[in-house]
Design a protein around this ligand. Sequence first.
Ligand SMILES: Cc1ncc(COP(=O)(O)O)c(C=O)c1O
Length: 362
Amino acid sequence: MLEKINQVEPNISGDDIQRVNDYMSSGAWITEHALTKELEEKIADFVGRKYAVAVPNGTIAIYLSLLAAGLTEGKRVAVPNITMIATINAILWAGAEPVIIDLNERLCMSLKSLQTVDKLDGVIYVPLNGRTEDGIAIENYCNDKNIILIEDSAHSLGSRYQDKMCGSLGSISVFSFTPHKIITMGQGGLVLTDDDSLYEYLLDLKTFNRSKDRSDWHDGFGLNFKITDLQSALGLSQFEKINEFVKVKREMFQIYKSSIENYNFINFFEYETPWFVDLICKSETERNDLKLSLEDNNILTRESYPALSKQSFLQSVEKTNLEFSENVSDNILWLPSSTNLTKDQINEIVDQISTLWTTKYL
Ligand SMILES: Cc1ncc(COP(=O)(O)O)c(C=O)c1O
């Protein structure tokens, strides 16, 4: 029996551990300070944004983006039908009204579907799994229509819209750093913007809206959404390897794609970075068969997110025609995609998938 292969796991090595040890031995106060500032500046610079604000996770990052942009009660915000639940829940949390939009064949929000909806105040665009697709066209559309665009780039640090990095679309964008993201700090999120007043608002909200003399006087309402420099020590060390991780993810996708027949892969352009390798099965049954038999061989996979429109608690949300996304969402399987997978492990996974298909479906 093979040793267990996880669908994804963090890629933590000696240099990461050393960085955290060094920080812990430095006598620093653990909470958010200079290392977090350094991480914010480095990632803002990498994606070409003026400002980045660290927050505890990606969900809070989206929520604060919506508050900062004034997308709260009475405002209508479009969201793609396949995304992690946090994207729509942040809209609900902010008190705004979500409108669910269909996807195109590359599994991102379809501009055509978006154009069928009137009176939108905001759009959250998700470069799902690192694919960027209609992102730039949607940014132009939002500019033309005076709609605020937020980019939920949780999957997509290191991916690009041809000549623009993911994390730089629209007025505000966000990243997440959970253990299954391309770089991790355990938990963590970033809000990025080029707008001075949005930045000031986010900082005030995040740090109790303290008066500038740092006293216990406050200029208004504020909360605590700080992170810790302990996390940022790890984040900085991980971020130094972003280009290496991007390369590994791109190569991994090519190996899978060139070795597996009989299943459909949706391509990535050379400027995009696959977060997970997604296999498109012909039916839900085929996907479930494949998932179970790989599991019997100690290879773990993950079903892609169900369509939001199939969640029972979202039944009353306004929707466009969602035929494409509702059909495809049950057929997508995420294969093992850790950046520390060896070539031998990938070959083993590929062999198992081919064997299953030939024995079961030929
Ligand atoms: C597309 C997307 N948005 C938002 C989030 C939420 O991020 P977090 O788990 O850091 O709160 C995730 C998490 O996986 C995600 O995939």
